[in-house]
Design a binder for this molecule. Structure first.
Ligand SMILES: [Zn+2]
Length: 330
């Protein structure tokens, strides 16, 4: 009932529950915090709880399933197609929200990665916010507030989402995915507070991508300095098209270095993140110095943290690749 299905996020849950209880629903909310921690799921639960004769977000009934599958006609989901969210979808949205909702007395419009709206799109969206209608509720999702117009921010109620605690992720993996506690513990500590990343690691269909990323990365390191920089520049362009593309990539190669280190030290392969590739990892690990592997893991971690801030990704990424080449002596 309510927000029980949402993992962690006690503050956000408490706030949204009090909003429902008081029945003072704002016109627009900003759900902000790192990706993969439940912002979209929370918006869906919020919508379900706002419906009359609500089942209390049981997650089992027909209406709940429609909302979860994003098939409810009064739940609009909008996300950037590529790097940015441009003017066209916002123009269309401005037209669509002028009509009454189809089934429910209210309509919820969820805008994902709202910080990636172009200036033009932001200004158009601001006009919509300035003309509140009783049946439209906007939920903007963003990883951070920078990049969102102050005039938009000031018209939203802010709801903060935090990285999940490893323990929360671990318990979820054991309870919902049937993982044994030890494996769940390893994944939970590597998931960087994101349930999405934790689930991604469990997804074997993602394993080809992991292998391809790591091998192409190793090939890149073998090149000359100038070539490495231009190759990493190209990779940055490609990865930036995906949400979390860059940080996600670094995360993946970090798990490989971590696995190489764990294997090099002779620790049980059961604890590998990429354990589906334990044979390849074992074959490669002997060629590396454990200290260099450890430093590689730490260096990638530093780069990941830096990329969360306002930095030039080409510089951070290029420096990291050159640093790894030197350390690993490839
Ligand atoms: Zn239900």
């Amino acid at each position: 009932m309510g927000f029980e299905g949402l993992l962690g996020q006690e503050t956000a849950k408490g706030f949204l529950s009090s909003v429902l209880k008081s029945n003072r629903i704002a016109h627009a909310y900003l759900f902000w915090g790192p990706s993969g921690v439940g912002k979209t799921f929370a918006a869906k639960l919020f919508f379900l709880n706002l419906l009359p004769n609500s089942c209390g977000a049981c997650l089992e009934c027909k209406v709940c399933k429609k909302v979860l599958m994003e098939e409810h006609p009064d739940l609009f989901m909008l996300a950037p197609l590529k790097k940015e969210l441009g003017i066209e979808p916002i123009r269309q949205l401005r037209k669509d929200v002028q009509y009454p909702p189809f089934e429910a007395p209210i309509r919820m419009i969820v805008i994902q990665s709202a910080e990636r709206m172009t200036k033009e799109a932001s200004n158009a969206f601001l006009k919509t916010l300035e003309e509140p209608s009783s049946h439209n509720i906007f939920v903007l999702e963003a990883q951070h507030k920078k990049g969102i117009l102050p005039t938009i921010l000031s018209r939203c109620q802010w709801v903060r989402f935090r990285p999940l605690r490893p323990q929360e992720i671990r318990e979820f993996l054991v309870r919902e995915k049937g993982l044994d506690p030890e494996k769940a513990s390893v994944i939970s500590h590597l998931a960087n507070g994101s349930l999405k990343l934790a689930l991604h690691l469990l997804d074997t269909s993602a394993s080809d991508e992991r292998l391809r990323y790591f091998y192409s990365h190793m090939e890149m390191l073998k090149k000359e300095k100038g070539e490495i920089l231009s190759a990493s520049h190209g990779l940055v362009q490609e990865l930036q098209l995906k949400e979390d593309g860059l940080v996600g990539f670094l995360y993946l190669i970090q798990t490989w270095y971590r696995d190489l280190l764990v294997t090099r030290l002779g620790i049980e392969t059961e604890l590998l993140v990429n354990r589906d590739f334990s044979t390849q990892i074992k074959a490669r690990s002997s060629g590396f110095d454990p200290t260099a592997l450890m430093e590689a893991v730490l260096e990638i971690e530093r780069a990941r943290q830096e990329l969360m801030g306002e930095v030039n990704p080409n510089l951070v990424f290029g420096d990291l690749m050159l640093g790894l080449k030197e350390r690993l002596n490839v």
